[in-house]
Design a binder for this molecule. Structure first.
Ligand code: URA
Length: 183
């Protein structure tokens, strides 16, 4: 268990990444959600199901990639029986970065994909704007990085934009797959 910030106190467990070392691609989300906190695995809830569909459409096999989050504990607010997601603060991202660094050193992926703006800002700086650079091949510490939207943005987006947002996610994952040579 990690106690580098206070989030461990209310979460069920630390959720590290999942996948094999040597994976060509590392997908980096924000933080575990309600279901991930319980299962102890990243992206197994509703956002994970969108991610799975998008990976399949992009021709990327999930078991070939390493999937993780910048923050390894679920940050939430209780509302009755519900645990409502809260975006992690910069202090949580900062406290958790050594874990991501350790995962990068262990997995040695050729390419990174950030899912959503928390992950992109964690690696590329607070001034990074996903709306301006989504789908571009950027760079993080000498590795190519593709910044795309978070799968949960597809679920939360306006109904008439959801299909288009899903297609954007698929296109970015396809670009990442081709760039990493894993498709
Ligand atoms: N959202 C994330 O960013 N990561 C998960 O693991 C689940 C939902």
């Amino acid at each position: 268990m990690c106690t580098a910030c206070e989030l461990y106190a209310d979460a069920t467990q630390t959720v590290f990444g999942s996948g094999r070392t040597g994976a060509a691609m590392m997908l980096i989300g924000e933080q575990p959600g309600d279901q991930e906190d319980i299962a102890g695995e990243p992206f197994v809830g509703p956002a994970g199901r969108v991610l799975d569909r998008a990976l399949e459409r992009a021709g990327v096999v999930r078991s070939d990639v390493y999937v993780t989050n910048v923050v390894k504990h679920f940050r939430f607010q209780r509302q009755g029986k519900l645990r409502i997601h809260r975006t992690p603060g910069v202090q949580h991202v900062r406290a958790c970065l050594p874990w991501l660094r350790a995962e990068l050193a262990a997995v040695e992926p050729q390419l990174l994909v950030t899912l959503g703006s928390t992950a992109a800002k964690a690696l590329l700086g607070a001034a990074f704007r996903l709306t301006q650079h989504r789908g571009e091949i950027l760079e993080y510490e000498n590795r190519p990085l593709v910044a795309t939207i978070h799968p949960s943005a597809v679920l939360r987006g306006p109904k008439d934009r959801q299909a288009e947002m899903f297609d954007e996610l698929v296109a970015d994952l396809k670009l990442a797959g081709h760039t990493a040579g894993s498709v």
